[in-house]
Design a protein around this ligand. Structure first.
Ligand SMILES: Cc1cc2nc3c(=O)[nH]c(=O)nc-3n(C[C@H](O)[C@H](O)[C@H](O)COP(=O)(O)OP(=O)(O)OC[C@H]3O[C@@H](n4cnc5c(N)ncnc54)[C@H](O)[C@@H]3O)c2cc1C
Ligand SMILES: NC(=O)c1ccc[n+]([C@@H]2O[C@H](COP(=O)([O-])OP(=O)(O)OC[C@H]3O[C@@H](n4cnc5c(N)ncnc54)[C@H](OP(=O)(O)O)[C@@H]3O)[C@@H](O)[C@H]2O)c1
Length: 304
C-alpha cells in the first residue's frame, strides 16, 4: 500500500488522537485517547472500543499473521474497559476523571491459541499524537449501580482486569463510600502492576481501602503460587478486609482471566479447578445476570 493510500485510510477511519502513552514495561501500556468530539457519556466500569487498520505496523516478536485478501483495508476493533489513574498529577482525587480523554490499560498479547492477535501488536507501535479509532458508544453492565453506600466492595482481577476497578475505585473514593473497599490483582511479575505506586499511596491515605497484589512467576513464587481463589479460601481476604464476606452487604467484582472468574458452563456445572464464582456461591453469593434480569452480588467482566 502506498503512503498516500494509508494516509487516506487513516483520514477516513480514525476519529481520535493518542493524548499520552506510558509503558510500565514493554508489554504493558497506559494509553490516553482524546476523541475529536466530546467524550461520550459513561459510567465507571464500562468499556469502549479501540481500533487500528490492518495497514498499521506491528511490533516485532509477535506471532505472524496472514491478512486475508480484502481485509487489508479493514479496521480491527476490540473492546477495552475504561481505566483511570485515580489521582491527578499532585496525587489528589480529581472531581472528574479525564476532561477530554479516556484512559486504557492494555497488555501486549504476542501469541494466541485460536488466531494470531491482531490489535495489540499494532497498539504497541503507537506514539503520542498518532491517530486511532475510538468507538463512540460506551457500554456495559459492569458498574457500581447496585452498590449501597455502606456495602463492602471487593474488586478481584488478573492482569489488566484491574482497569475498570481503578475507575470504579475513583468513584467510590470520590463519593466518600462508607463501606470497606478491597482491590486485589494477580499478575505474573511485579513489573505487571502498572498502578502499584498509586494503589499503595491510596491504601495509606484511605482507612477504608486496601490493595493487595499477588505475583505468580517471581523467583520467590516457585512452588507456592497464590491465586485470587486462594485469597478467599485461606481467609486472607477477610482478614485484610477486616470484615467477613457477608453476602447481604458485600458486592464482588471479577474481571480478567476467565479461569479466575470460573463462570458456570451451559449445563450450570462449574469449570475445574474452581474459579471465584464457585467458591463464593458456596458461601451464599449469587451471580448478577443483567441479561436475564437476575440480580446478584457477584459481577463479572470476562476479557476472552
Ligand atoms: C468487555 C471487554 C473489555 C476488555 N478490556 C480490556 C482491557 O481493559 N485491557 C486489555 O488488555 N484487554 C481488554 N480486553 C481484551 C481485548 O478486547 C483484546 O481481546 C486484547 O487486547 C487482545 O487483542 P488482540 O487483537 O491483540 O488479540 P485477540 O485476538 O483479541 O485475543 C487473543 C487472545 O489473547 C488473550 N487475551 C486477550 N486479552 C487479554 C488480556 N487482557 N490479558 C491476557 N490475555 C488476553 C486471550 O487468550 C485471547 O483469546 C477486553 C475484552 C472485553 C470483551
Ligand atoms: N505478563 C507477562 O509477563 C507477559 C509477557 C509476555 C507476554 N504476555 C502475554 O500477555 C497476555 C496476557 O498476560 P497476563 O499475564 O497479563 O494475563 P494472564 O495470562 O491472564 O495472567 C494473569 C494472572 O492470572 C493468573 N492465572 C492464570 N490462570 C489462573 C487461574 N486458573 N486462576 C487464577 N489465576 C490464574 C496468572 O498466573 P500464572 O502465572 O499461573 O499464569 C497470572 O498471575 C498473554 O497472552 C501473555 O502471553 C505476558
Amino acid at each position: 500500500m502506498t503512503t498516500d493510500e494509508i494516509a487516506e485510510l487513516r483520514h477516513k477511519h480514525y476519529n481520535a488522537t493518542v493524548a499520552a502513552l506510558n509503558l510500565p514495561n514493554e508489554e504493558l501500556m497506559i494509553l490516553r485517547v482524546r476523541p475529536d468530539t466530546e467524550v461520550s457519556a459513561h459510567r465507571p466500569g464500562q468499556y469502549s472500543t479501540l481500533g487500528l487498520g490492518h495497514w498499521e505496523p506491528r511490533v516485532a516478536g509477535c506471532q505472524e499473521e496472514i491478512i486475508k485478501p480484502g481485509d487489508d483495508k479493514k479496521l480491527i476493533r476490540r473492546a477495552y474497559s475504561i481505566s483511570s489513574s485515580i489521582v491527578d498529577e499532585s496525587g489528589n482525587l480529581p472531581d472528574r476523571v479525564g476532561q477530554d480523554w479516556l484512559e486504557f490499560y492494555i497488555v501486549l498479547v504476542r501469541h494466541a491459541e485460536k488466531a494470531p492477535p491482531a490489535l495489540t501488536p499494532r497498539l504497541f507501535s503507537l506514539k503520542a499524537g498518532d491517530r486511532v479509532f475510538l468507538g463512540e458508544k460506551i457500554a456495559g453492565h459492569y458498574t457500581l449501580d447496585p452498590v449501597q453506600p455502606t456495602d463492602n466492595v471487593i474488586f478481584l482481577s488478573t492482569g489488566t482486569g484491574e482497569a475498570p476497578h481503578n475507575y470504579m475505585l475513583w468513584q467510590l473514593l470520590h463519593q466518600k463510600h462508607q463501606g470497606k473497599i478491597l482491590a486485589a490483582c494477580c499478575v505474573r511479575l511485579k513489573r505487571d502492576l502498572g498502578y502499584l505506586a498509586i494503589q499503595e499511596a491510596l491504601t495509606r491515605r484511605h482507612a477504608n481501602y486496601t490493595y493487595l497484589s499477588l505475583t505468580t512467576r517471581e523467583v520467590g513464587n516457585t512452588g507456592q503460587k497464590v491465586y485470587i481463589q486462594d485469597l478467599i479460601t485461606s481467609g486472607q481476604l477477610e482478614e485484610r478486609l477486616g470484615d467477613s464476606l457477608d453476602p447481604a452487604r458485600t458486592h464482588v467484582y471479577l474481571c480478567g482471566n476467565p479461569k479466575m472468574i470460573g463462570a458456570p458452563n451451559v449445563d450450570k456445572s462449574f469449570p475445574q479447578p474452581p474459579g471465584v464464582i464457585e467458591i463464593l456461591s458456596q458461601r451464599g453469593f449469587k451471580m448478577d445476570q443483567p441479561n436475564l434480569k437476575l440480580k446478584g452480588n457477584i459481577h463479572i467482566e470476562e476479557y476472552w
